[in-house]
Design a protein. Structure first.
Length: 138
């Protein structure tokens, strides 16, 4: 009986010292992507955590974002840096990037910035024949 109690206590303590679950990391990323101003439709996206490396109360996670309707499209892979705040994990930035994580809205896909076209789903720019005619003098 005593062995069972010691074994149970040991397993319980060991479980408490594990890093964050993939679901906790996934939720932190979803919380970040749900910030106002990003204009993302998360209902149309799959968010999958593929790797987590924990260092105390900080973690780096590799996350794949894919469109649910485009299973053949390549995933956009992001590396997030997270910090533990109480019992919750929070995205604090992008790993290996000097840029601000989701710091501003994505540019519109309609080419509203100077008429430039956006890459298509394969990441390639459209051919010149597929572009709208340039406006006359500005």
């Amino acid at each position: 009986m005593r062995i069972i109690a010691v074994l149970t206590a040991t397993l319980t303590l060991a479980a408490c010292h594990h890093g964050p679950s993939n679901e906790a990391i996934r939720q932190a990323v979803i919380d970040r992507l749900n910030q106002p101003g990003l204009g993302l439709n998360l209902a149309a996206m799959d968010v999958k955590v593929s790797d987590v490396q924990v260092n105390g109360t900080e973690a780096d996670a590799t996350v794949a974002l894919t469109l649910k309707d485009s299973k053949d499209a390549p995933a956009m892979t992001m590396k997030y840096h997270l910090k533990q705040e109480g019992s919750k994990w929070v995205v604090s930035g992008l790993s290996g990037s000097g840029g601000s994580p989701h710091g501003g809205a994505m540019p519109p896909a309609d080419g509203a910035h100077g008429g430039a076209a956006a890459p298509d789903a394969t990441g390639k720019m459209p051919s010149p024949q597929d572009l709208p005619p340039a406006g006359k003098g500005k």
